[in-house]
Design a protein around this ligand. Structure first.
Ligand code: TXA
Ligand code: MG
Length: 309
């Protein structure tokens, strides 16, 4: 923790554990630190980053919180919810973080990363700690593999509890726009804020990199909604075996044998990586129910299966 703080104060990046996925963190007020994040990820410049805060007080120094935004923060922070709100006039956040927008994405993560932000006294910009377009890391070992040969300090916080990136909700006056589905569901957002939730339209200007058609991609091609795995393919199964044919798979792992979506989300990226590492030529995925957390899982899987450049 002490070394991490020293690195961050020197405008260098540190990989931090959060409950969603590991983040590649840098001081959000330092242009040098933020530029390093983009450099390390090899990420297109138009993507703004999430500011991670240690609490509501720090959040309100950088963002303007309406009553519904406040209600959401109080209900779900620390936790897997990112709120996009208007940027404060004197926020002090580097404009590389906001991509020069007049809004800012803010989240209070749980655990060790929250403690570090508190000690630093400044927000941390942190995208997922993977190279652009690849699967988000859910363990410290995954992070280390993404950045071999670079002297990156990785704080090991064990396996990420949620395993999927945060829900991103843009809070407007009369509605919430869901920019990225995640562990906090549409129903929970409506319940806590009293506002209707609308899904962001795809095809417009890019608002979240998770909205790029091909993203979160493993090395092997991915085929979805498979009931009978073809010969030679690797299988990402879900649920018990009754109505599915798994006999031809060369390798098979199960996201959740008991059909639990929370368990499946936590396993998703790790298992995709595992199949990749065993040299999968094709990854077939069994159907995942499109409800609750299943929406977020399917969103990531559709991007993993999308045609690539
Ligand atoms: O779970 C997470 O959110 C992880 C952990 C590390 O916190 N972080 C993460 O960051 O997934 P990243 O950079 O991969 O995704 C940040 C998302 C992007 O999709 C970006 O476009 C969106 O937040 N975003 C940031 N600022 C925005 C803004 N002002 N308006 C709309 N979207 C914004
Ligand atoms: Mg990412």
């Amino acid at each position: 923790m002490a070394r991490a703080l020293a690195e961050l104060r020197a405008a260098r990046c540190v990989a931090i554990p959060t409950e969603t996925v590991y983040g590649l963190a840098g001081d959000a007020t330092s242009g040098e630190a933020v530029a390093r994040i983009f450099e390390m990820k090899g990420r297109p410049r138009f993507n703004p980053l999430i500011c991670h805060v240690s609490g509501l007080e720090m959040a309100r120094r950088i963002g303007v919180f309406s009553d519904p935004a406040l209600a959401l923060a109080k209900r779900f922070w620390p936790g897997p919810l990112t709120l996009v709100v208007p940027l404060q006039a004197d926020a002090g956040i580097h404009d590389l973080v906001t991509a020069d927008l007049d809004s800012v994405a803010i989240r209070q993560p749980a655990g060790a990363s929250c403690a570090i932000i508190g000690s630093l006294g400044r927000p941390l910009a942190a995208p997922s700690a993977n190279r652009s377009g690849r699967i988000s890391p859910t363990t410290a070992a995954h992070v280390a593999k993404e950045f071999p040969g670079e002297s990156l300090l990785v704080l090991d916080g064990g396996s990420a509890e949620v395993g999927l990136e945060s829900t991103i909700a843009k809070v407007e006056d009369t509605r919430i726009v869901l920019l990225r589905p995640g562990a906090i569901t549409v129903e929970e957002l409506t319940q806590a804020s009293g506002l209707p939730v609308e899904l962001a339209q795809s095809g417009g200007p890019v608002q979240a990199p998770g909205m790029l058609a091909s993203h979160y991609a493993p090395d092997a091609p991915v085929r979805l909604d498979v009931f009978a795995c073809p010969a030679g393919a690797s299988l990402l199964a879900f649920g018990d075996e009754t109505e599915k044919d798994r006999r031809e798979a060369v390798r098979s792992v199960n996201l959740s044998e008991r059909g639990d979506l929370r368990e499946a989300a936590a396993n998703l990226y790790r298992m995709l990586k595992m199949l990749d590492e065993h040299g999968a030529r094709l990854i077939c995925v069994e159907p995942i129910p499109e409800k609750g957390l299943g929406m977020a899982i399917n969103d990531r899987l559709r991007r993993a299966a999308a045609p690539r450049d």
